[in-house]
Every structure is written in C-alpha cells, then in structure tokens.
Design a protein around this ligand. Structure first.
Ligand code: GLN
Length: 296
C-alpha cells in the first residue's frame, strides 16, 4: 500500500495540461508533447497510448513533485536529454550529461556512411578523435564487430561518460585521454599506430555564429565541444589531417563532421595534405555536413 503522505491528487491528464500550460510558449506544442511522452516513459514506464487511455489515473505526490521540478528545468531550456540523463543514437541507448554534447542526427548520418563503406571488411582499426559521449566509436564497434576501435578525448569527464556507454552497450573500446592539438604529448600513445579509419566530429562552431545557436545548446552544452576561435576555425581539421597523414594506413580513410558554412574551405584544406577523392556530403537538412577523404 502507498503511504498516505504519498497520495497525490493530480491525474496524468492534469500533468499533461500543466506541461502544455507552462511550456508551450517556450518550446511549442509538438515539442512539449514529446517531452511528456519521454518523461512519462522514463519515470512511469508508460507508452503514449497509455497516457491517453489512463488520463484519469492519479500520480503519487512524490512523482508530482518530481515532474514539477522537471517542468522548471525545461522552463530554463535545459535539454530533456540531460534531465533524463539519456538519449538514443543510431538505435542505441546512451547516457549523457553536461560534460558531453548530446549526439545529433547529422552525426548518425556520418556513422552510417562509415558503416556502409566498411561492413564487408574484416579486422579494421578505427580511431575516433574527440569522442565525447562515445556515440561514434560505440556505434561503429557495434555495427562493425570485427573492428578494433580506439577513442580519444581531452576531457576526462567525457571519457567517463563514454566508457560507461561502452559498458552499457557491451562493446570493447580503448579510450585515451589526450589532446590532438598537442600531438607531441606522451599521453597520445596512438601516435605510433596506423589506422584504417580516422573519424572526428571536432568543435567547429565559430564564436561569431553563437547568436544563431538556440538557448538549449548555448546555455547547457559544453562549449569545449562546440566552439573554435573565429580566427582559425579549422584548427582541429588541420591537426587531425596532419595526424592522419602519418597515422592512416595507405588507402585509409578520414571522415569528418564539418561546419556547414566551411565545406569549401575544409575540402581545400584536405587537398593540401596527401588526400584524394575528397567528397562532401549534405545532411538530412540539406547542409554540407560531412566529408570523406582517402589517403593516397
Ligand atoms: N552540430 C553541432 C551544433 O550545431 C556542433 C557540433 C560540433 O561543434 N562538433 O550544435
């Protein structure tokens, strides 16, 4: 029996109405509907249809307080993924917290490109630079089970999240704490290795673009993973290409997620290194977002 002091009066229908009343003006009705579905699935294991059919069911007082605190956080435009502590990427469940970016659908497309190119190959080695939540490395390890996957990040906190996600998804990945901008660092112990694939979704948003970024991203996601200085927006692409020249096997390939406004510049940069067949691809939103190049 529920303790008396946990007896609430709010029904599921009341709760749904409260979400819409407090949040529609900020997030729009459709998005708020998806918050309701995600929150009730996560905390009460309810499917959207259950919410409709059981609208008169009463919520316990403690859950009511919890949901009100979630509404308060959503009012501050905190991403729902950080509030629940999880997200989905390429069909896999991943934990996230503010030390990692929330994986984006564009990045799923980049991963899909690598999987399609390598699914028939045996025993390849892959390095993911700036792994964050581990979304790229973990999905590749899952879909290319013969691949040996290494993943590097400068942030110890991000690597903790990535390692947890690898365990959660039962894949074996070697994580390395290092900065690609300091490749002489002794910590970069991948520097003597040769890879078939190097992939990266590095920071690429210029500070001058920050006014176009939504509050949920700007005020809550890690700037370390998003921003580069305006004067050298390709700094990571240069460092990674330079590393790849030495650390890709012949005919190995490099895959980048890129700044949509810097497709031409990024392609040109790659052509200055020993790369051929440099291909730009658009994402689902029609923006130049991915690049692949092959080492000569
Ligand atoms: N695509 C992300 C965004 O626009 C940025 C990711 C990145 O900088 N690597 O928020």
């Amino acid at each position: 029996m529920q303790p008396l002091d946990d007896k609430g009066f709010m029904t599921l229908k009341d709760l749904k109405n409260l979400f819409h009343k407090d949040l529609d003006a900020i997030h729009g009705k459709a998005e708020v509907q998806s918050f309701v579905n995600l929150v009730l699935e996560y905390h009460l294991d309810l499917k959207p249809i259950d919410i409709v059919l059981s609208g008169e069911t009463t919520i316990s007082k403690s859950k009511e307080l919890l949901f009100i605190s979630i509404i308060d956080r959503l009012k501050k435009e905190e991403p729902i993924q950080y509030i629940l502590g999880e997200t989905e990427f390429y069909g896999l469940k991943l934990t996230v917290n503010p030390s990692t970016l929330i994986p984006r659908p564009e990045t799923e497309e980049l991963v899909g490109w690598i999987i399609a190119d390598h699914k028939h190959l045996d025993k390849i080695s892959i390095l993911d630079i700036g792994t964050g939540s581990g979304c790229i490395a973990i999905t590749l390890a899952k879909h290319l089970p013969n691949a040996r996957v290494y993943a590097l990040d400068v942030s110890k906190d991000a690597l903790d999240v990535a390692a947890k996600n690898a365990r959660l998804n039962q894949v074996d990945i070697e994580f390395i704490e290092a900065s690609i901008l300091e490749s002489t660092s002794s910590k970069l112990d991948v520097s003597s290795m040769k890879f078939d694939v190097i992939v990266s979704n590095p920071p690429y948003v210029r500070k001058l673009e920050s006014s176009a970024i939504k509050n949920n991203v700007l005020n809550h996601e890690p700037h370390l993973a998003l921003f580069v200085e305006n004067d050298d927006p390709l700094v990571f692409y240069k460092a990674i290409s330079n590393f790849a020249v030495h650390n890709l096997k012949p005919k190995g390939s490099i895959y980048f997620e890129i700044n949509q406004y810097l497709g031409v510049e990024t392609k040109q940069l790659l052509s200055q290194f020993e790369f051929k067949n440099i291909e730009l691809r658009k994402d689902i939103f029609g923006k130049y977002r991915m690049l692949k190049a092959i080492k000569s």
